[in-house]
Design a binder for this molecule. Structure first.
Ligand code: PLP
Length: 395
C-alpha cells in the first residue's frame, strides 16, 4: 500500500495546530469552545501596514521577488537590528523567508548533515524537534524545570555537547515558558559555546517585543559579539505586528550560512510573497506605537491570568517576562484525579468538560504542564478561568 517516507513517518503534525483543529470540529458540532491553543495575536494588522500591502498590489509589485528578500525589506531589517538590538549586519548577512518558521527550516537544511545533533532546551517550541528530523538531524533535548527557571545552565550545555553537536537553539522570550535569558546568562553560555567551534547557534527572538521585564531585551550577540561568526538571529513580524498570515520572518547571520539558506530557498519557495515583504518593510520602518499598545494588552492579561491560575488548587503557574503564554504545572490536579493519568488526558478532559482548548505540556517536552495562550481577550480569559475552576469543582 501507499506509504510516506520513513523521514516523514517519524514526525508528528504540529500539536498546536491539532488542538485548534479539534476545537474547530467541536464548534462545528455546535459546542461552545474557548480556544487558548493557538499562538496568534488576536489583534488585527495595523492599518498603515495593510495600506502598504495594498499599495504594493496596486503599483504592480506582484512579480517574483529576489530569493533572499527585497532590497527595501532587507534595509528595513538592517535598520531594525541596529535600532533595537545594537547589531550591525550587511546586506549579504540578511535573509527573508515565509515566517521565522521557514527561516529556521532553511537554516537547518543549510547546516545539518545526516546525524548531526541539534541541542534543544526543553520546554521547547513544538516545531523544533520535528523540523530537525525532517532536515536529517538528531534532536538532543536538554530538559529544564523550575529549579533553573526553565533555562539551561552552562553545566547542562557542556554535558550535552559532543563532536556531533552542530546547532543550538535558544529562544527568549520562550514559547511556552515566557522565560528570557539575561545578558549575564548569555555570557555564561557563550563561554561554553566558544569551546565548541563547530557549533552554530540560532537565537529565536520572535517574541522580543512581547516583553515586560525592567531590564532591556538582550540577545546572545549583545553578550558575546565575538560569536557573530556562527550565530544566526531569527525574528519576524508575525507576533510583534499581528501579522501571522502575511508569513514574513527574517534572520541576520554569517554570509556563508545566508548563502546556504538562499540556495535552499531558491530551490523550494523562490522567496517570500512580494506584497507581504512591502507590508513588513512598512511595519519595521513605520511608527512603533502599535507594538507598544499590543505589548501593554498582553502584559495586562499576563497580570490577570497568572495569579488567577495559581488560585486554583493543584495548579502552579510561574511568572515570566514575555511572550503570550502561561505554562502552569497541573500535576497537583492530575495526582488527585483518579481518571486522569497525565497532561494529555487532562487537556482532553478540559476540552470535553469545560469547553476550553489548551495544549498539553508533553507537546513541549514538559509533561505535567498545560500551555494557555493569552493572545485572546480579557473576557475570554475570565471565562476560561471560570470554566476550569467550575469543571474541577464538579469533578
Ligand atoms: N518561533 C517560535 C518560538 C514561535 O512560537 C513561532 C510561532 O509560533 C515561530 C518561531 C514562527 O513564527 P512565524 O513563522 O509566524 O514567523
Amino acid at each position: 500500500s501507499l506509504r510516506v517516507s520513513n523521514r516523514v513517518a517519524q514526525i508528528k503534525p504540529s500539536a498546536t495546530i491539532a488542538v485548534a483543529q479539534r476545537a474547530r470540529e467541536l464548534r462545528a458540532e455546535g459546542r461552545d469552545i474557548i480556544s487558548l491553543g493557538f499562538g496568534e495575536p488576536d489583534f488585527d494588522t495595523p492599518a498603515h501596514i495593510k495600506a502598504a500591502g495594498i499599495a504594493a498590489i496596486e503599483r504592480g509589485d506582484t512579480k517574483y521577488p529576489p530569493v533572499d528578500g527585497t532590497p527595501e525589506l532587507k534595509q528595513a531589517i538592517i535598520d531594525k537590528f541596529k535600532r533595537d538590538n545594537g547589531l550591525d549586519f550587511g546586506v549579504n548577512e540578511i535573509t527573508v523567508g515565509n515566517g521565522a518558521k521557514q527561516v529556521l527550516f532553511n537554516l537547518m537544511s543549510a547546516v545539518l548533515d545526516d546525524g548531526d545533533e541539534v541541542l534543544i532546551p526543553a520546554p521547547y517550541w513544538v516545531s523544533y524537534p520535528d523540523m530537525v528530523k525532517i532536515a536529517g538531524g538528531q534532536p538532543v533535548i536538554i530538559s529544564t524545570d523550575e529549579e533553573t527557571d526553565f533555562k539551561i545552565t552552562p553545566r547542562m550545555l557542556r554535558a550535552s555537547l559532543n563532536s556531533k553537536s552542530r546547532l543550538l537553539l535558544l529562544n527568549g522570550p520562550s514559547n511556552p515558558t515566557g522565560k528570557v535569558y539575561s545578558e549575564e546568562e548569555y555570557e555564561a553560555l557563550g563561554q561554553v559555546i566558544r569551546e565548541h567551534s563547530r557549533l552554530v547557534v540560532a537565537c529565536d527572538d520572535i517574541y522580543e517585543h512581547i516583553y515586560w521585564a525592567d531590564s532591556p531585551f538582550r540577545t546572545l550577540l549583545n553578550a558575546c559579539p565575538d560569536l557573530a561568526d556562527r550565530t544566526v538571529v531569527i525574528n519576524g513580524v508575525s507576533k510583534a505586528y499581528a501579522m501571522t498570515g502575511w508569513r514574513i520572518g527574517y534572520a541576520g547571520g554569517p554570509e556563508t550560512l545566508m548563502k546556504g539558506i538562499k540556495k535552499v530557498q531558491s530551490q523550494s519557495t523562490s522567496g517570500a510573497c512580494s506584497i507581504s515583504q512591502a507590508a513588513a518593510a512598512a511595519a519595521l520602518n513605520g511608527p512603533q506605537d502599535c507594538v507598544e499598545e499590543m505589548r501593554q494588552a498582553f502584559k495586562e492579561r499576563y497580570e490577570y491570568l497568572v495569579p488567577a491560575l495559581n488560585a486554583i488548587d493543584g495548579v502552579e503557574c510561574p511568572g515570566c517576562d514575555g511572550a503570550f503564554y502561561a505554562f502552569p504545572s497541573f500535576q497537583g490536579v492530575i495526582d488527585r484525579m483518579d481518571n486522569i493519568a497525565n497532561d494529555v488526558e487532562l487537556s482532553e478532559w478540559f476540552l470535553e468538560n469545560a469547553g476550553v482548548a489548551m495544549v498539553p505540556g508533553t507537546a513541549f517536552g514538559a509533561p505535567g504542564h498545560i500551555r494557555l495562550s493569552f493572545a485572546t481577550s480579557m473576557e475570554q480569559l475570565h471565562e476560561c478561568v471560570r470554566r476550569i475552576t467550575e469543571a474541577l469543582a464538579a469533578a
